[in-house]
Design a protein around this ligand. Structure first.
Ligand code: SF4
Length: 504
């Protein structure tokens, strides 16, 4: 039994049947019973060979585990578990519970959008609350330290107290965590709020256990400086190749695949906004060699990429497709998340000039269209976000976005419209909500839904054909999608007229 137990809520401790994009389900409003949600989308991380620790965990939690192990704690003092295992992991020797969270109150863009529209709390917020109310915390009087990308939502004394959290750690945690956990273990008073500093590359601890879907961080931060983005994204750093490959090997051995993670995978080792083709190709080729060495079927995943990087270096996309061997029946496409955000030149100029660079705000529309053409030719499927309700957005801006989405009709992709959330430079603004939606926003929402229903069945077939997930589950998810489409049809008709379907 151990002194420190690390965990995260259930929605983070799942590989979503090896479909990282099904992870969006965590942000969905709880419109179906939780047990169905868990069965259909969110199975728990299996238990590892020791019978207690989780076979995989979020990368951020693994980094904290590694920081503790590299700074004075031993393997038998720290364990990472699924929350279902808390009762077994915690005993009278245990002093601290460390929790990683992405979206504890459901205030992130995806959760707040869908929960606001459906009038129901999202699964991630329910799951976080349930974890924090776990009786084992009170029974053993554990000190609770909560960090992770969503910790900013807890940076309020009333909320901290409501959840009985001893310390909220906002920002990057690797440098400050060892000291905090040492204090907690020795029973010292903890600061209520701590801001973790930016971690220099040489201080990144190497993870000691596998991550969800083999996610391997290749870079941290972004540096493009969109005003609506988290300020922690400002400092852009790329991990050394050797460090990455060690973590790739570990994940290939434990979970059989990797998902390369950066805010823009195409900018690995770039000095500025133009991709460094040689460095990216070298990285992907080295990862592929490890797949061959470890005798794993090639299945390199990508988390995010920028449309402007695609257009800046189209040949890079085509080289990567060759390396990843996409465009075959077994491996029909590569996919990743990207941001379109708006089709309005005026809003690009106001809020996201950095996202467009090296191009100009007036070129954004063309960049988006050209990027989709390049991606299509090279078998990449983007899952794009839009931001509705950006400060100073007017009806004509929304119509420009709507036009752009209609022009993307023929491109196999998913487009997810999200409500603006005030963070970063725009923290003084207010949340965008359903009540603030203009008729044009409803029309845009309808266009996105129609686009997604147009492509989602093909994507499910192709995705589940990629041997990642069992076919019967594909049939269930397809049935569920068909049911949702049927239910939403009359609502979409209203939205197309610019009407709020919940009021009409
Ligand atoms: S490009 Fe994306 S990650 Fe980078 S600053 Fe803009 S919104 Fe943030």
């Amino acid at each position: 039994m151990v002194e420190i137990v690390l965990t995260a809520d259930k929605t983070l401790m799942s590989d979503y049947h090896r479909g990282e994009f099904l992870g969006f389900a965590a942000c969905a409003p709880a419109a179906i019973p939780e047990y169905i949600y868990e069965k259909l989308f969110c199975p728990p991380a299996p238990v590892d060979d020791d019978g207690i620790s989780a076979k995989f965990a979020p990368c951020g939690l693994r980094r904290i585990e590694a920081a503790l192990l590299e700074n004075g704690f031993s393997r038998d003092e720290v364990v990472v578990v699924h929350p279902d295992m808390l009762n077994r992991a915690v005993d009278k020797r245990t002093k601290v519970l460390g929790v990683s969270t992405n979206d504890p109150l459901g205030l992130g863009p995806a959760s707040s959008t869908f929960s606001n529209l459906a009038g129901k709390e999202p699964f991630n917020a329910i799951s976080f609350r349930r974890l924090m109310r776990s009786p084992v915390i009170r029974k053993h009087q554990l000190k609770v330290i909560v960090g992770g990308p969503g910790a900013w939502q807890l940076e309020d004394e009333r909320i901290r107290m409501k959840f009985d959290i001893d310390c909220v750690l906002v920002g990057e945690g690797e440098l400050v965590a060892p000291e905090l956990f040492k204090k907690a273990v020795s029973g010292e008073e903890l600061p209520r709020f701590v801001h973790g500093e930016v971690v220099p590359l040489e201080k990144f601890p190497k993870i000691k256990g596998a991550t969800v879907n083999g996610l391997v961080e290749i870079a941290r931060g972004c540096g493009r400086g969109c005003k609506f983005c988290n300020p922690t994204m400002l400092k852009f750093r790329c991990l050394p190749l050797e460090h990455i490959l060690e973590e790739v090997r570990l994940n290939l051995r434990k979970v059989g695949r990797v998902l390369l993670h950066a805010e823009d995978v195409l900018r690995y080792k770039a000095n500025g906004v133009i991709p460094n083709e040689q460095a990216v190709i070298e990285l992907f080729e080295a990862v592929k060699r490890l797949y061959i060495e470890e005798n794993r079927p090639l299945d390199i995943g990508i988390s995010h990429f920028a449309l402007s990087s695609v257009v800046a270096k189209p040949a890079l996309v085509s080289e990567l497709s060759e390396i990843m061997e996409v465009g075959t029946k077994e491996n029909p496409w590569a996919s990743g998340q990207t941001g379109i955000e708006t089709g309005s030149e005026r809003l690009v100029e106001l809020h996201m000039q950095g996202k467009v660079r090296p191009f100009k705000p007036e070129e954004w529309r063309e960049v988006v269209l050209e990027a989709h053409e390049i991606l299509k030719e090279n078998y990449w499927v983007p899952c794009s976000t839009l931001v509705m309700g950006l400060p100073r957005e007017e009806a004509k801006d929304v119509l420009e976005t709507l036009e752009l989405i209609e022009d993307l009709r023929g491109y196999k992709s998913l487009i997810v419209p999200l409500f603006f959330v005030p963070i970063g430079n725009l923290i003084a603004e207010s949340f965008f909500t359903m009540k603030k939606m203009l008729p044009e926003h409803w029309m845009l929402f309808a266009a996105c839904l129609k686009h997604d229903f147009r492509w989602v069945y093909t994507l499910i077939d192709e995705y589940f054909g990629m041997t990642r997930v069992a076919a019967p589950r594909a049939a269930t998810i397809k049935l569920f999608t068909k049911y949702m489409e049927k239910k939403l049809k009359p609502y979409i008709k209203d939205m197309e007229q610019g009407l709020n379907p919940l009021e009409s």
